[in-house]
Design a protein around this ligand. Sequence first.
Ligand code: COA
Length: 326
Amino acid sequence: MTSRATIIGTGSCLPRRILSNQELETIVETTDEWITTRTGIKNRRISRSGEETSKLAAGAARQALEMAGLVATDLDQIIVATVTSEMTMPSCACLVQKELGATRAFAYDVNAACSGFVYGLDLAEKYIRAEPDLKILVIGAETMSTRLNWQDRNTCVLFGDGAGACIMTGNNSGRGMLASQLYSDGRLFDLLKINCAVSMNPDLSLADHDGSYIKMAGRDVFKYAVRSMEKAASMVLDKTNLTISDIKLIIPHQANIRILKSLADHLGTPLEKVYINLDKYGNTSAASVPIALDEANREGCLQENDLLLLCCFGGGFTWGAMIFRW
Ligand code: COA
């Protein structure tokens, strides 16, 4: 039987500080009622010193290693999906490598915004298909709080910090990744973006630069998110000759409860099949799918051979879906 890329350990790490909707009411002109009804979010986590992106990432990785029964020096590769590393260079993945002591691994970051973790899994799968014994650590880690304009109520209520991780290796039992499909459309870059820090080259400064904050056209993003995730999910179902009723659990990017309800409607599946934890953490960008995956795994939502559908959407735009036999 062909070897497939299988997830053998998951982990997550959240900052200790909880920021509630009620507390946000004292920061910007908003209400718990508005945030809850429009988004489903009640709380989010906010990092403090010692909880930088790489530190959260390493915390999640340690849990995943422990579950997999591996030590850091067993790792061959570290992929970190992030848009909020504490450094532009070196990569967050190299900081994680140092933190873990994963001396045998090579390490690099992936930037596909909120879709980054799913992109990372896809990359890892390609390596494992070529070399099934590889042990690859894939992490989604973000400190979105560092890129929010805390005066902009349109965005600052939506996001949070955290990290999730998993370890993949080859397995020839028939379990593992069955199909994956990724997409991007750079023509839509302007609808969801974070400008880089001020340019030291005045000739290359952006004309519209008013801070390296997240900027978003909320309604457009909403519309595209539902349509894109639905199309990607349908594509991987087609590729595997499965239907949505075969799927045991759907773990989508956790952005907004209304997006998830609409996605479930479009896919023709009850909301109970969709794993939801955005009420606790808000949108943690690339960390949202792996945090949810780790929670679902530890809660025992997935039994051996269950079919799992992941779908993602983010800035770029980027989106995609994949199916695992757990
Ligand atoms: N508190 C109170 N009022 C707020 C608010 C807040 N935090 N944020 C916006 N508003 C106001 C707006 O100013 C607007 O007021 P107006 O009608 O007087 O102009 C009103 O609420 C409605 O705004 P609108 O943008 O129409 O709301 P919406 O129903 O589209 O919900 C989002 C806004 C952002 C929650 C929604 O569009 C969304 O979730 N989009 C997707 C965002 C996302 O997931 N991004 C990341 C994807 S990876």
